[in-house]
Design a protein around this ligand. Structure first.
Ligand code: CMP
Length: 157
């Protein structure tokens, strides 16, 4: 299992001014943001992104909702994770917010199965496909930081 996953902060969370709080919960849980963008899904984008759900009874509500406002897409990395996809799904909570555990992102921000605040990939393979849907390789960035000089030198002036 891998150390990366992919997420979308959905239009209800963006419109509700919760981007910062959600990203804070993600970072506090030990995930590093290695790609990030605010964008919109067109209907055609949403149909491609959610093609596995085409034909499901909730598909119309899903694409109408996901195209209703801006979203924030991100690729996440958790160093040392056995299974970042599973750990992140724990953090966001169940699709149905009534069933989401206390302390999860959906418990805090989701209103329903459709307006459910956040998306997470469900496998390593889908995480890689979903990340590539939004980000070219050069926009996925190693954000671990190392000073170019020893601390006492860079702070010496
Ligand atoms: P998401 O993680 O974005 O992936 C698929 C989405 O379909 C899911 O979140 C829900 O928002 C949406 N959806 C709506 N109704 C249902 C349902 N009954 N079962 C599963 N997913 C649903």
């Amino acid at each position: 299992m891998g150390q990366r996953t992919f997420t979308i902060i959905k239009p209800d969370s963006v419109g509700g001014n919760h981007i910062g709080e959600i990203l804070t919960m993600i970072e506090k849980a030990g995930f590093r943001i290695i790609a990030l963008k605010m964008t919109y899904l067109s209907r055609s984008d949403a149909e491609k992104f959610y093609y596995v759900h085409k034909g499901r009874p909730f598909f119309r509500n899903l694409y109408l909702f996901m195209t209703s406002g801006p979203i924030v897409a991100a690729v996440l990395e958790k160093e040392g994770a056995q299974d970042a996809v599973a750990e992140f799904r724990e953090l966001i909570g169940k699709t149905n917010p009534e069933l989401a555990a206390e302390g999860t992102i959906r418990k805090k921000f989701a209103a329903s199965k459709t307006r459910n605040a956040i998306h997470a990939s469900d496998s390593d393979e889908n995480a890689a496909w979903e990340a590539a849907f939004f980000f070219p390789d050069k926009e996925i960035i190693d954000t671990k930081y190392e000073l170019p000089l020893p601390e006492d030198e860079i702070d010496s002036d």
